[in-house]
Design a protein around this ligand. Structure first.
Ligand SMILES: NC(=O)c1ccc[n+]([C@@H]2O[C@H](COP(=O)([O-])OP(=O)(O)OC[C@H]3O[C@@H](n4cnc5c(N)ncnc54)[C@H](OP(=O)(O)O)[C@@H]3O)[C@@H](O)[C@H]2O)c1
Length: 432
C-alpha cells in the first residue's frame, strides 16, 4: 500500500504554458480527443477556452506508461504503472495547474497495480510455476539456444503447445528432444525460420497457419550481436533485419490469427543496449540500417543498439494499434552479459561474457521476464511497457516516444513489401 502514491496534478513541467481556467470551469476530453470546457456554475459547455478563446485537441494516446482502468465503483481512473500512482484526471490534461484535484482514496486504488515478489534472481521456471498453459499455443523464435530455449522449455512444461521457430533445424530438433526427455507430455513442433530471409519468414507463417492452430503467444526472441556489415534479403543491414525487421514481418503475417485467438500476447526481446543508438529521433533516420552500401560510420554495437530500440518501438506500436483487439505487447530486457551463444560473433564479446558470467544472471534467470510477460496472468493491462526483472521499467526517453515508433511502422511496411498501409491498419490506428 505504501508504494501507491497519487498523481500530483500541480507538478507538471508544462504548467506555465497553460492559461488558467476561471473558478468553476473544468476541461474535459471527448471520445474524439477534442477538449471542451465545462462551466459548472452555469451548467454549460463550450469548445473555446473561456479566457484564451482557443480550441484545442489532444493526441488519442495516453502518455507512455499510463493506462485506463476503473475504480471499485466503476468510475474511470488513469493509472501510471511505472510510478504506481493514479488520478481521476486524464493525464493529457494534467498541464492545467488550476484543475480541482481529484484525490483517489488508497483503498480504491488497491489492486490497480500488479505487485510481485520476483527479483533479479528469480528463474523463469519459478515465474511460471503453477500457471496452467493447457490449450495455449506459443511461437518462440530462436528457441534452439539460450533464452529462447529456456522460454520454450518453461512454456511447454506447463502444457503449452510450443512452436520452436529455428534457423538450424538439426539443433532445433535435438533441443526439442531434450525437452521431451524432461517433460514427456510436452507438445512441441519445430519449424524452420531464418529471419534474415524474407521468403523464409513467409514460408514459416504459411506453414504455421496450415496447422490451423490458434496463436496466443508470440515471443520475438531470436537475435544476433556484433555482426560485420552485411545485407539481408530485405536489402537492409543484417542485425536490423534479424533482430527487428524479420520479427516485424512475422508479426504482420500472424496478426490476424493473434486477433482471432485473443487475448494474445507479443513479447519483443530487447536489451538495455537500446540506449546506445544513433537513430535520429526526430525523423528516425534509418540510413545505417537501410543503406545498400556499407555506411562509413557502421559499428556493430551501435547497429545492435538501434535494432533493440526498434524492438521497443515494435511493442509500443503493436500496443497502440492492436490492444483494443486483444493483442497485448511487451518489450523485455533479459539482463546484462548473460552467458549464451549471443557473443559468438566476436572474440572480444566472448571474453567479456566469459569473464563476467559469475556476476551476471544465469540463462534461467534471464528468461524470467520473457516468461513473465508471455505467461503470467498478471500484466495484461500493462501492455506497451518495457519489462526488467518482471517489473515495468523506464526505457530511454527516445523509447517512450510514440512518434518515431509510428514512423518506423510505416517504413517497415514498405520494407516488407506492403507499401502503403492497408485499410485494416488505418482502422486500427485509433484510441487504445
Ligand atoms: N545474452 C544476453 O546477455 C542478452 C542481453 C540482452 C538481450 N538479449 C537478447 O536475448 C535474445 C536471445 O539471445 P540469447 O542471449 O539467448 O542468444 P543465443 O543463445 O545466441 O540465441 C539467439 C537465438 O537467435 C537465433 N537466430 C540468430 N539468427 C537468426 C536468424 N537469422 N533467424 C532465426 N533465428 C536466428 C539463434 O539461432 P542459431 O543457433 O541458428 O544462430 C539462437 O537460437 C536476443 O534477442 C538478444 O539480443 C540477450
Amino acid at each position: 500500500m505504501d508504494k501507491i502514491t497519487f498523481y500530483d496534478e500541480s507538478s507538471s513541467e508544462e504548467e506555465e504554458l497553460t492559461v488558467p481556467l476561471p473558478e468553476g470551469w473544468e476541461d474535459r476530453i471527448t471520445p474524439t480527443n477534442k477538449v471542451y470546457y465545462v462551466n459548472h456554475k452555469e451548467r454549460v459547455t463550450q469548445w473555446e477556452h473561456p479566457v484564451s478563446g482557443k480550441i484545442r485537441s489532444v493526441t488519442s494516446f495516453l502518455p507512455y506508461g499510463w493506462g485506463r482502468q476503473e475504480d471499485t465503483e466503476g468510475n474511470r481512473i488513469f493509472v501510471e504503472y511505472l510510478a504506481q500512482r493514479a488520478a481521476y484526471t486524464d493525464p493529457r490534461l494534467l498541464t492545467n495547474p488550476h484543475r480541482k484535484r481529484y484525490v483517489l482514496k488508497i483503498a480504491k486504488a488497491q489492486g490497480r497495480f500488479v505487485e510481485n515478489s520476483f527479483t533479479d534472481r528469480t528463474t523463469a521456471a519459478e515465474v511460471i510455476e503453477g500457471v496452467d498453459m493447457t490449450g495455449k499455443v506459443a511461437i518462440v523464435t530462436g528457441s534452439n539456444s539460450g533464452i529462447g530455449y529456456e522460454t520454450a522449455r518453461c512454456l511447454a512444461s506447463q502444457g503449452c503447445h510450443v512452436i520452436m521457430a529455428c534457423r538450424d533445424m538439426t539443433l532445433g530438433n535435438s533441443k526439442a528432444e531434450n525437452i521431451i526427455k524432461i517433460f514427456p507430455q510436452a507438445k512441441l513442433s519445430v519449424i524452420k525460420l531464418d529471419l534474415s530471409q524474407k521468403e523464409s519468414v513467409e514460408q514459416f507463417s504459411s506453414e504455421f497457419l496450415s496447422l490451423q492452430l490458434p496463436l496466443h503467444i508470440l515471443v520475438l526472441n531470436a537475435g544476433v550481436l556484433g555482426l560485420n556489415w552485411a545485407l539481408s534479403s530485405y536489402e537492409c543491414e543484417m542485425q536490423f533485419s534479424i533482430n527487428y525487421l524479420g520479427h516485424f514481418h512475422l508479426f504482420y503475417l500472424l496478426k490476424d490469427i493473434l486477433k482471432q485467438s485473443a487475448p494474445a500476447r507479443v513479447v519483443c526481446v530487447s536489451s538495455e543496449a537500446h540506449r546506445y543508438t544513433n537513430l535520429n529521433h526526430s525523423n528516425l533516420d534509418l540510413d545505417t540500417s537501410l543503406s545498400k552500401t556499407k555506411p562509413r560510420d557502421y559499428t556493430a554495437i551501435t547497429a545492435y543498439g538501434n535494432s533493440k530500440l526498434c524492438c521497443i518501438y515494435l511493442a509500443l506500436e503493436i500496443h497502440r494499434r492492436y490492444d483494443q483487439d486483444g493483442i497485448h505487447a511487451y518489450a523485455v530486457h533479459p539482463g546484462v552479459l548473460i552467458s549464451t551463444r549471443l557473443s559468438r560473433n566476436w572474440c572480444m564479446y566472448r571474453l567479456l561474457y566469459f569473464a563476467s558470467r559469475c556476476f551476471t544472471k544465469t540463462v534461467a534467470q534471464g528468461a524470467s521476464s520473457v516468461v513473465y510477460c508471455a505467461a503470467s496472468p498478471l500484466p495484461a493491462e500493462e501492455s506497451g511497457l518495457y519489462y526488467f526483472n518482471c517489473k515495468p521499467s523506464r526505457p530511454s526517453n527516445s523509447a517512450q516516444n510514440s512518434h518515431p515508433a509510428g514512423i518506423l511502422w510505416d517504413v517497415s511496411l514498405r520494407l516488407i513489401g506492403e507499401g502503403d498501409r492497408r485499410e485494416e491498419d488505418l482502422s486500427a490506428d485509433t484510441e487504445t
